[in-house]
Design a protein. Sequence first.
Length: 370
Amino acid sequence: MSHDALTPDHGSGGTAGGDARRDRRRKAPRKRRRGLKITLGILLVLLIAGAGTAYWMYQDLDGNIKAVDIDTSLDEKDRPEKLPTTGQNLLVLGSDSRAGAENQELGGGGAVGGARSDTAMVVHIPEGRTRAVAISIPRDTLVTRPECVKSDGSTMKSAERVMFNSVYSQVGPACVVKTVEKMSGVRIDHYLEINFSGFKDLVDAIGGVTVEVEEPIKDPSSGLDLTAGTHKLNGTESLAFVRTRHGVGDGSDLGRIGLQQEFLFALLKEIKTQDLLGSPTTAYKIANSATKSLTTDSGLASLTSLVEFARSMNGVDPGTMETIMLPVSYDTQDPNRVVAAEPQAGDLWKAVRTDSEIPESAKKSPATGG
């Protein structure tokens, strides 16, 4: 599957192709336009929250969780101020690493080097922690990547008009955090990441997820072939379902996010049916499969810390989570890429920075006609 979700099949120079894509996107159902690319990072938090009282069973799984020391990697003097309230901001990434035979197979079979942030969202939990707002950043958004220090100690100079999802592969997760903070002015308190294999294993651990397909989906790239109706998807099928773009809507990165939102709620519904406290074996299997592919900031890199954080969000009802796509418009130089739309994006980030209500005008994205 191509990383460049908005790149046309006939090259990058077709303006007419870009116009056609824009016309199709404007006709997309509103529920798809306001969708969100959801990843397993936040799902893991919700999962552990449900089984929090039994977390002592999972203490030996601490070693599964990989940590990124964001605070040490970034200069505190160069970061935005923390929220003036007890609210929290999380950056959640779904990485499309193709390292290893299993991830190559899950990613579509190609021998692709490195990794990119296939999914990215800022989850804002306002003061009181009774609700949450998830803001997705389209991976083809052109951004200014700030100067960052790579894992080997060398410095990557700042660059303009860089695709957002390439920052992860070029410099690493700490630079993704810095990029988001620079573009938004929002302080990121915690970082969560999960990869392809973790998604598959978690779905298989809970016994599959049931989804309702309104229209047939046939995607030659992923091999997904579903008729309209009810389907119980295993891990591999679920991965193809949330990553498909050729088989849904206009085939764009923007068009598929509604499908992923639908899958989120189906997965949460399935998790709620699991008797995690009554079945230690099932609980351990789910926790083991999830934590093996989980990377967090150092502040959350233990089951104890993760569970305590999840407990602090017990008042958040996933069913009322507001989902917003960063307002974007088509880039004037390359209609196959998008840029943050102003003043909508600026108003959106300002509301998050001040922990205040997000105005409706800040939720509208010119690229989707919403």
